[in-house]
Ligand binder design. Structure first.
Ligand SMILES: Nc1nc2c(ncn2[C@@H]2O[C@H](COP(=O)(O)OP(=O)(O)OP(=O)(O)O)[C@@H](O)[C@H]2O)c(=O)[nH]1
Length: 407
């Protein structure tokens, strides 16, 4: 695995999506050497719960042009050439964790849809994750057909045809399907090649004021640290545009709720920036960064500020307590085994809305055809034109039912 000190910083965020247990985390580990989600609760339940992040540098052997993540080609014993560094956003595949997946999707420039060959395709979250990518506007997709070493060749081919059938007419229609074994590291070179071809680094807007979508927030102090030694709150996320520098004054919106129920932005200063395990002076779009601030760490602990946006004071989008959106409903609910028809959105109906990395509950205050007004329980900071993933409570779960655009 490549060492981190002399490789470029990540320039693109690649999502790892798909049904639970199909091998997303194992594939991120095969590509980066990092197990993204092995903290106690996840180990106990055996599934990913939070978003995981890991970086890796794609390289090529100068002798045979083979793609690799190794610094030295094991076959030719020569130093490999650096192509680019990418950040993986590893999403949880369990059906109860769609809100987390959607918040991760807001950061993705492209995605690898992992589909296990030993199960019939499509499984419910294979469909729901692909639909989510479509709604959020992620259309650069590579399919990894995983676990091929535990099934017969016939089954690999049959499953391959199931995948081809499934992606017809979807946003992944032209996506390459790469048979792999994440666990045995089979065909990883071909997968990297497909990612390199399929998921280019997008053009970045570096001139506009910065807008960082906050996906995690932390109190990094050990319990019992004395007040004078406390380190300020840390916010993790990815820049959608612009640059953030150490020393910048920043604002975080919507911020926090006061005793009277009003939401107030919080302001602070950037004290340091971590990207790819390194301290940097400046963060740019592409890759996940950790922004250390002078904020009271109690405000940032346990992801309390995830779903906020961070930028320069007075240069962020408005905080919205309600908004109007144009909604396109799906025909059927895709995230369940049994696909039921999606009924029209009704007045007073509660909806779960995913906007950027934020998840909020909205109550419908007006429903005219495809134009829906919602009043939010918790405000979001967003702009006209942003995509909204709309979910409805069906049985005991929130299910994706449509795509909205803020008007
Ligand atoms: N045989 C085989 N098992 C695999 C392969 N890839 C992953 N697995 C196994 O499949 C199980 C699930 O793998 P994970 O990587 O945790 O799956 P995941 O998609 O990240 O799961 P969630 O994040 O919880 O949705 C683990 O027991 C892995 O060891 C593979 O290529 N072959």
């Amino acid at each position: 695995m490549s060492k981190k000190n002399d490789v470029p910083l990540p320039e693109v965020n690649i999502g790892m999506v798909g049904h639970v247990d199909h091998g997303k985390t194992t594939l991120v580990a095969a590509l980066s050497g990092v197990w993204t989600d092995r903290h106690s609760e996840e180990l106990k339940r055996g599934i990913s719960i939070r978003l995981g992040y890991a970086d890796t540098t794609f390289r090529r052997c100068p002798e045979d042009g083979e793609y690799t993540v190794e610094r030295v080609c094991p076959k030719h014993n020569v130093e490999t050439e650096i192509l680019r560094t990418v950040s993986f956003v590893d999403s949880p595949g369990h059906e109860t964790l769609m809100a987390t997946m959607l918040s991760g999707a807001a950061l993705m420039d492209g995605a690898v849809l992992v589909i296990a060959a030993n199960e019939k395709c499509p499984r419910p979250q294979t469909k729901e994750h692909l639909m989510a990518l479509n709604i959020i506007g992620v259309d650069k997709i590579v399919i990894a057909q995983n676990k091929i070493e535990i099934v017969s060749k016939e089954r690999v081919l049959e499953n391959y045809r199931e995948i081809q059938e499934f992606i017809k007419g979807t946003v992944a229609e032209d996506a390459p399907i790469i048979p792999i074994s994440a666990q045995q590291r089979v065909n990883i070179d071909v997968l990297i090649e497909a990612i390199e071809e399929r998921i280019p680094t997008p053009e970045r807007d570096l001139k506009s004021p910065p807008l960082l979508l906050v996906a995690r927030s932390f109190d990094v102090n050990k319990p019992g640290t004395s007040p004078e030694k406390l380190v300020g709150g840390v916010l993790g996320g990815s820049l959608a545009r612009g640059k953030i520098r150490v020393g910048d004054e920043i604002e975080v919106r919507p911020g926090i709720k006061d005793d009277r129920g009003n939401w107030n932005p919080v302001t602070s200063e950037v004290t340091s920036i971590m990207a790819s395990g390194k301290n940097v002076e400046e963060a740019t779009p592409g890759g996940l960064v950790g922004i250390s601030t002078r904020l009271d760490p109690r405000l940032t602990k346990s992801d309390a500020l995830s779903g906020n946006v961070l930028g320069h004071p007075d240069k962020l989008p408005d905080t919205l307590m309600d908004f109007t959106m144009e909604v396109k409903l799906l025909e059927k609910v895709v995230g369940t085994e049994e696909e039921i028809v999606v009924e029209k959105i009704k007045m007073n109906e509660p909806l779960m809305l995913s906007v950027g990395t934020a998840t909020t509950l909205g109550v419908v205050t007006s429903a005219r055809d495809d134009v829906i007004e919602v009043k939010l329980k918790r405000p979001v900071c967003a702009e006209e034109g942003w995509n909204v993933a709309v979910s409805r409570r069906i049985g005991s779960r929130w299910r994706l039912i449509g795509a909205g655009t803020i008007k």
